[in-house]
Design a protein around this ligand. Structure first.
Ligand SMILES: NC(=O)c1ccc[n+]([C@@H]2O[C@H](COP(=O)([O-])OP(=O)(O)OC[C@H]3O[C@@H](n4cnc5c(N)ncnc54)[C@H](OP(=O)(O)O)[C@@H]3O)[C@@H](O)[C@H]2O)c1
Length: 335
């Protein structure tokens, strides 16, 4: 069997927001899997914000070089296998990167298990982003009933799950999102009691109105100006701050100016630098809870999906501009 794979490779290391000509689409022949390996074709590719920081060496994953295929989680179908645990036809979640085919030895691979939910949720609310929300809230954030939880990038895969899980646990949730449509969606679908439009509202003033006693948990997915305002003026006594993502600075080469840390001391707040891969021990309980919540109609999500591998660079650029609405996915072929 001789297969021509399609690969998205890096033509330049992007400066600022990536541009279409930072990427190149090439064809390459793929080899047969060896003993202990399998070959899989990509059906869905997740575009995750952290991939941008790997491109400039600011992430603990390998930094790709010019000509390399950028990272990416995929839902893939095994088309040929010499591996004992994975057989032809199996659907798996794996790290194929931005390419149509990949060979794997089974490391970091697991079978798709989305119960009654659509299969793409394995890359979103029932996958790594949903698990980020779950493990951070129930782990270091020590979510309690009646906590006031504030989450930025509230309509995204991580943010919307923060809202819904916190609400299931009887906390009050306020979101911050970009634009009226996203804000309305978070209130209707992601259990936010209110949502601040970061593009139109005065965030500082709105937070004083909505959370007069401050927030108990700040789930920060953006960093930047939002982080500065919240940490300087709006954290409650003994608050917990989850530094989940800093998307406002992923395309920037200059470090941002920091918030007023005097307020962290005054409020006896705790800041956690959070990395989801440290919480594998909570994965089993996440899947059990999330599948059950979905079945009960408690979980909703939004996806920003396009068809065609050739659209991968543009869809990634859309995510980097903050123009995506929900989990950003590229579908390469019919299921
Ligand atoms: N710590 C971990 O282990 C972990 C794991 C997974 C993800 N994350 C992080 O979680 C965050 C959300 O990830 P996601 O996959 O759910 O993505 P997402 O929220 O679907 O997409 C990113 C969103 O960030 C917002 N944004 C983009 N540029 C911004 C800017 N300059 N300033 C403020 N907001 C901006 C936009 O939403 P609005 O326009 O609505 O603001 C955009 O839609 C990312 O920062 C990601 O790196 C962390």
């Amino acid at each position: 069997m001789s297969i021509q794979a399609t690969l998205i490779t890096l033509k330049n290391i992007p400066k600022g927001i990536p541009k279409p000509d930072d990427f190149e689409i090439i064809q390459s022949k793929i080899r047969e899997p060896k003993e202990g390996e399998f070959l899989a074709e990509t059906i869905y590719l997740a575009l995750d914000p952290y991939v941008r920081v790997t491109m400039v060496g600011r992430h603990f994953f390998n930094t790709p070089e010019i000509g390399d295929v950028p990272r990416g989680s995929t839902i893939s179908r095994i088309i040929s296998s010499k591996h004992n645990s994975y057989k032809e036809g199996d659907l798996v979640v794996m790290e194929s990167g931005m390419q149509s085919h990949a060979i794997s030895d089974g490391a970091d691979v697991y079978h798709v298990n989305t119960g009654s939910a659509p299969i793409t949720t394995a890359l979103g609310i029932l996958g790594m982003p949903g698990f980020t929300a779950y493990s951070a809230l129930l782990g270091p954030a020590q979510l309690r009933e009646d906590d006031v939880v504030l989450v930025s990038a509230a309509s995204g895969a991580v943010g919307s799950m923060v809202g819904q899980i916190a609400s299931i646990k009887n906390a009050k949730v306020i979101g911050i999102a970009g634009g009226k449509e996203k804000c309305q969606w978070t209130i209707k679908n992601a259990s936010m009691e209110n949502c601040i439009d970061r593009k139109r509202d005065n965030i500082d003033q709105k937070l004083s109105e909505l959370c007069p006693h401050g927030v108990d948990i700040f789930f920060d997915n953006t960093g930047g100006e939002i982080q500065k305002i919240v940490l300087s003026n709006h954290i409650a006594l003994n608050s917990r701050i989850i530094l989940s993502g800093m998307i406002s600075q992923y395309n920037s080469s200059k470090p941002p100016s920091g918030p007023n840390l005097g307020n962290i001391c005054k409020q006896r707040a705790i800041i956690f630098g959070f990395v989801v891969y440290d919480y594998e021990h909570m994965k089993e309980s996440f899947i059990k809870d999330a599948l059950s919540w979905y079945k009960q109609g408690l979980l909703h999500y939004s996806e920003d999906l396009v068809f065609g591998i050739e659209n991968t660079p543009d869809h990634f650029i859309k995510l980097m501009k903050g123009e995506n609405f929900g989990k950003t996915i590229v579908q390469f072929m019919d299921l």
